[in-house]
Design a protein around this ligand. Structure first.
Ligand SMILES: [Zn+2]
Length: 470
C-alpha cells in the first residue's frame, strides 16, 4: 500500500522525485506537499449498500496526529494501524519521512516561523525531537522540562559552570544538559534535533526503558528527576564547598534523618528547589486523640481521578480524611497498640513547580490487567491550591501538559502541549505547531467511555505565580 519507499541508502522516493537529505528542495510549499504526499491506509466509504470498509489510499499525515480532519472512526482505524507493533518498521519509515520533510522545510523557514512572524520570541528555540522507536514518552517529557524555564536555566547554568566535559563522567544529568544546550544554541529558530545520546543513556541506566515497547511517561519523569537528584547529591557531598547551594533545612522524608539522634540534614539541590514540596501526613488516634504528624517530600503528586471531575476536586479528595480501621489500624505510640485513627494529607510546603500526575492507568483486579481511564478531568489554566497549611492560597499557572493518545495502557502515543511566551505549542516528536489556547481543552478527556477523542491530559506542569521560594 505504501507507494513511497526508501532505497538502500535511505533516500526517499516518491514517484519520480528523489528527496535526498542534502541539496534537494523538492518540497517547498504546502501545496506541493499535499500533491506529493504518499498514500496509505484504509478509509471508510459510504457504499451503495450502506457503510462498508473499502481499502482506499489515505494521506499518511492523517494517520500521524491526533487532530485529523477525518471522522473519529477513520482516525481510530488509522491510529490502530499506526500503533500496531507489527508494523513498527513501517511507522519508523513514516517518521523518517516527516523528519526529512521538516528538514527540507526548515531550510526555507518553517511553517511555525511563518505563523509566529514578528512575534517569534527573542532567543527562544522550538525544536522537535526525533523518535527512535516508541520514544515519545521521553520526547514529550523532555519538551515539558525544556519549557520549565527555571529548570532549564538552572540546568544550563550548571552546564556552563566551567566543568571540563572531559573531567565529568557521562551521566543522565550531563546528557540532559548537553541536549538543552544543543537546543538553546541552535542557529535556526525551529527544526528537529535527535536526542540520541540522552536516549541511549536512559536505556543504559534503566532496563525498563531498554526495549521498543510503549512506556509510561510518568514513570520516566519520576526516574529522571530522581536520578538527577542522586547525581547532584553525590556531587554535593563530594564537594561541599563547591558551587552548589549549601544544604538547607528541610522536612525529613518518611524515614529520614532521625536514626539514633544522628541527624543528617538532607541535601537540597536545584532540582529540589524547582520541584520539591512537602506533604504532612496527620494521623489522629481515635482513642487518645493524639495527633502524629509526619512530613514527606514529593517531586510530583499522583492523584486518583473520577469521571467528570476537576483537578480541584481530585486535590480535595487527596486531602480528605480517611479512617483507618479493621485490618488497617494505626499503631499509636501513646496507647502502645493498634487503634482506629483518622488520617489526612496536607500540603505543608507547595513546590515552585507543581507536577500533577493523573492516575489514568488503573489495575483492574478482576481482569488482571491495566485499563486506561479516559475520564474527563478538567484542569484549569490558573490553579488555586487551597489545601495547604499556609494561610495564603497558592496560585499556579499551567505551562505544560503531557498528553497520552490512545485507548489502552500498553500502546498509544505521547505528545505535549506547552505554553511559551503566551503562545501554546503542540509538540509531537519531530513536529511542532502553534495551537489555540482553547485546543488545550480537548485534552480534558471524555464524558463517555468510548468517545472518538483519545487525547487525555496525563501529566500537568504548573508554575507558581506567588513565588516565595528563595
Ligand atoms: Zn492513641
Amino acid at each position: 500500500m505504501l507507494i513511497a519507499n526508501f532505497d538502500r541508502v535511505g533516500r526517499f522516493h516518491m514517484g519520480s522525485k528523489c528527496l535526498a537529505r542534502s541539496k534537494c528542495s523538492a518540497i517547498s510549499s504546502e501545496k506541493d506537499k499535499a500533491v506529493d504526499e504518499p498514500l496509505v491506509g484504509l478509509d471508510f466509504e459510504r457504499g451503495q449498500r450502506g457503510h462498508r470498509l473499502i481499502p482506499r489510499r489515505l494521506p499518511i499525515s492523517h494517520l500521524n496526529g491526533p487532530r485529523s480532519s477525518l471522522s473519529p472512526l477513520v482516525c481510530d482505524i488509522g491510529k490502530v494501524f499506526y500503533e500496531n507493533v507489527e508494523i513498527y518498521r513501517f511507522r519508523k519509515e513514516i517518521e523518517k519521512f516527516w523528519y526529512l520533510v521538516d528538514d527540507l522545510m526548515g531550510a526555507a523557514g518553517s511553517k511555525l516561523e511563518k505563523v509566529l512572524g514578528d512575534q517569534f520570541p527573542e532567543g527562544e528555540r522550538y525544536f522537535g525531537l526525533e523518535n527512535f522507536g516508541n520514544t515519545c514518552y521521553c520526547n514529550s517529557v523532555l519538551q515539558a522540562l525544556y519549557f520549565c524555564v527555571p529548570f532549564r536555566e538552572q540546568l544550563l547554568e550548571y552546564y556552563g559552570d566551567g566543568k571540563n566535559p572531559g573531567d565529568v563522567e557521562e551521566n543522565l544529568l550531563t546528557c540532559l544538559a548537553e541536549l538543552f544546550m544543543q537546543i538553546s544554541t541552535q542557529k535556526k529558530k525551529t527544526g528537529v534535533i535527535a536526542p540520541k545520546r540522552f536516549v541511549q543513556r536512559v536505556k543504559k541506566e534503566n532496563e525498563i526503558f531498554r526495549g521498543y515497547m510503549h512506556q509510561d511517561a510518568h514513570e520516566f519523569l519520576n526516574f529522571l528527576l530522581n536520578d538527577l537528584v542522586d547525581i547532584l547529591e553525590k556531587e554535593t557531598s563530594k564537594d561541599p564547598a563547591g558551587s552548589l547551594s549549601p544544604p538547607e533545612k528541610m522536612g525529613n522524608g518518611p524515614h529520614g534523618g532521625q536514626v539514633n539522634g544522628a541527624k543528617k540534614e538532607p541535601i537540597v539541590t536545584w532540582v529540589h528547589k524547582s520541584f520539591q514540596g512537602i506533604l504532612t501526613n496527620e494521623t489522629r488516634c481515635l482513642r487518645c486523640e493524639t495527633v502524629t504528624a509526619r512530613d514527606e517530600t514529593f517531586l510530583d503528586l499522583s492523584l486518583d481521578i473520577e469521571q467528570n471531575s476537576s483537578i480541584t476536586s481530585c486535590l480535595k479528595n487527596f486531602s480528605s480524611t480517611e479512617t483507618l480501621n479493621a485490618e488497617d489500624k494505626f499503631f499509636c505510640d501513646k496507647c502502645c497498640s493498634l487503634q482506629e485513627a483518622q488520617k489526612r494529607m496536607k500540603i505543608k510546603k507547595p513546590p515552585h513547580i507543581l507536577v500533577i500526575h493523573l492516575k489514568r492507568f488503573k489495575y483492574m483486579e478482576q481482569q488482571g490487567r491495566y485499563k486506561k481511564l479516559s475520564y474527563r478531568v478538567v484542569f484549569p489554566l490558573e490553579l488555586k491550591l487551597t489545601n495547604t497549611m499556609e494561610d495564603a492560597d497558592c496560585e499556579y499557572s499551567l505551562f505544560a501538559v503531557v498528553v497520552h493518545v490512545g485507548n489502552g495502557p500498553n500502546h498509544g502515543h505521547y505528545v505535549s502541549l506547552v505554553k511559551s511566551h503566551n503562545h501554546w505549542l503542540f509538540f509531537d516528536d519531530e513536529n511542532v505547531e502553534m495551537i489555540e489556547e482553547s485546543a488545550v481543552h480537548t485534552a480534558f478527556g471524555s464524558a463517555q467511555e468510548y468517545a472518538g477523542n483519545t487525547d487525555h491530559g496525563y501529566i500537568l506542569f504548573y508554575e507558581s505565580l506567588t513565588s516565595n521560594s528563595s
